[in-house]
Design a protein around this ligand. Structure first.
Ligand code: AP5
Length: 208
């Protein structure tokens, strides 16, 4: 099954993608994670992408489309995947139609105030990609999965979060109608608890 997770920053795409991928045994393709890894490794793509990400802007379509095309050609994607954070513009969605057949688009809908609270308290593990919220960490500062020190993403600082929300409403939200018109869109209330959302997605995908 080839699935897209669509939604604003902080909607829970990464959190749910990890859980659904584990349940379905398919890879999570997060363009944000790929770019952050490239920045950490100081690759040419990472060096180019850093200023855009730090400012809360989108990286150029051509760069992202090439990344996704290469990634989806790999062996582990042949039985399905979840695209988390791609596509994010209409040109990206149009390019994807030439690369893959999408079975389902899950939109996680959450209002902006809720998103600001979530993102300001998010802590992430750059080693394994696990995501936490400070309210549930009980003062712990390391990753429960791999032991790495948790960090706050640079783009989770207040001003950048507001930029990212503006970019979402201007450039990514039009994809809701793009996929609605294709009959692929399923909207789920992303403000519910994580377990409830997980169950709703599994039911929507027809998986028990
Ligand atoms: P990316 O990493 O994709 O960031 P994003 O889309 O802004 O999404 P986030 O990772 O911030 O949020 P999420 O929805 O995954 O939420 P999460 O599960 O972590 O992109 C970063 C940057 O890279 C972009 O700004 C851009 O510059 C660039 N980029 C990436 N893809 C691109 C593309 N295709 N084109 C161009 N540029 C691109 O949850 C958030 C927090 O909430 C966590 O703390 C979590 O624990 C908590 N939480 C989650 N669910 C719940 C719940 N149900 N209840 C309570 N708390 C919850």
């Amino acid at each position: 099954m080839n699935i897209i997770f669509l939604g604003p920053p902080g909607a829970g795409k990464g959190t749910q993608a990890q859980r659904i991928c584990a349940a379905l045994n398919i890879p999570q393709i997060s363009t944000g994670d790929i770019l952050r890894r490239a920045i950490k490794e100081q690759t040419p793509t990472g060096l180019k992408a850093k200023s855009y990400i730090d400012a809360g802007k989108l990286v150029a379509d051509e760069v992202i489309i090439d990344i996704v095309k290469d990634r989806l050609a790999q062996e582990d994607c042949q039985n399905g995947y979840i695209l988390d954070g791609f596509p994010r513009t209409v040109p990206q969605a149009e390019a994807l139609t030439h690369i893959a057949n999408i079975d389902s688009v899950i939109e996680l809908a959450v209002d902006d105030q809720h998103l600001i609270n979530r993102l300001s308290g998010r802590r992430v593990c750059l080693k394994c990609g696990a995501t936490y919220h400070i309210s549930l960490l009980d003062g712990k500062t390391t990753c429960a999965a791999c032991g790495e020190e948790l960090i706050q993403r640079d783009d989770d600082k207040a001003e950048t979060v507001l930029n990212r929300l503006t970019v979402y409403h201007d450039q990514t939200a039009p994809l809701v109608s793009f996929y609605e018109e294709k009959g692929l869109l399923h909207r789920i209330d992303g403000a519910q608890g994580m377990d409830v959302i997980f169950q709703s997605i599994m039911e929507t995908l027809g998986v028990k």
